[in-house]
Design a protein around this ligand. Sequence first.
Ligand code: UD1
Length: 417
Amino acid sequence: MEKLEVVGGKKLSGVLKISGSKNASLPILAASLLSKKKIKLINLPQVKDIKTMLTLLESLGSRVKKVGKKTIIDNINQKKTEANYNIVRLMRGSFLVLGPLLAKFGKAKVSSPGGCSIGVRPIDIHLNALTKLGVNIKIVDGYVIAKAPQGLKGAKIRFPKISVGATENLIIAASLAKGTTILENCAIEPEIKDLTNFLFKIGCNIKWISKRSIRIVGVSEINEATYSVMFDRIEAGTYLIAAAVTEGNLKIKNVNPNILRSEIKILRKIGSKVRIKKNEIHIIGNKNIRSVNIKTAPWPGLATDLQAQIMVLLCRGNKKSTIQENIFENRFMHVSELNRMGAKISIVGNRALIKGNTKFAPAQLMATDLRASVSLILAALSAKGKSVINRIYHLDRGYENIEKKLKKVGAQIRRLN
Ligand code: UD1
């Protein structure tokens, strides 16, 4: 089992380039299944979740080729409609192939993704919305078996709750449905806007008609196209927090600062100096971190995927802070490990009460989920001395070259086998 050794206490300083977005690439790769031709994608991050999605596409009959910076998805012979448990269980994002397979073939069998460490993570919103497009759904032996022998039919659907994945699955499915679909109460995360920009580019008839509503008129054919995926805002946010937590000085490049405005607002509130240029954010961390009370929310609110990282920062705050987690019911897995490093955090319902004034002490740590893993690295970077983080495979699911990037800006970090 691979581990990371971090010798903390060093201020990070220098320039970091942010990779392509994992959470934008996954639905775009799934949507490439709509095509019967070739789709060329640029800026896919080199992380395990993307490899898993490419393996899934290959298992469905797509041919995947890398030519220079481009990943080419060739769907000329893509005919299979069954997404196997052995791949889907590795990553919940795999469930996004349900929409495009149904739209293209009128049938699909996709393993149910199940729960995961951050919560139950049901799929009821995806399935109920698909039935409104004329899909018959049965669950047999852990598989979702979905059929629409007459093809999908456009409908007006209001999501009962904001869901990123359900919005993506439905937007993709409706793109080849007969007639017009209106989706209301959509998630509007930047990754969803990236997906709709991609769909527009491959010839879908798609238009945002109000803040959370989209109109999709089904088309019968998809064009070939080349598309460059947006930057990873969670990776960018993580490195901004790394600078703040180590009192460092980092320039984060290849970003759109406007997309990180909630996070920048918090960083400024806690006392970091943040300067913004067109595609760059420059942050200078300060010694005295001010405490704040924050809550996660769907976009444009604070991303739940940055909650664990911000918690590390608030442990160093000068007073008490609170974080309210409004998206997932069990997303405080990092708390017990942070407490082992000297933090004083207690959980009451969906709120973490953080005492502040923590000087992190190095420790042997166990990573749980993707963002929890990276929060432990941030705490270890702040702790003077050697920490070892075990079970880091989650980290490789979502962070491209994390040790290399952190080393480049002065962190002492290495991978142990
Ligand atoms: C996506 C992101 C994940 C991020 C999350 C919230 C990807 C690959 N993953 O996950 O990194 O943390 O958005 O921003 O992009 N829910 C239901 N029924 C459903 C679907 C969701 O009750 O059918 C609930 C979930 O349990 C959760 C909430 O809705 O409490 C939001 O989940 P959702 O937005 O769907 O998250 P994901 O798309 O799984």
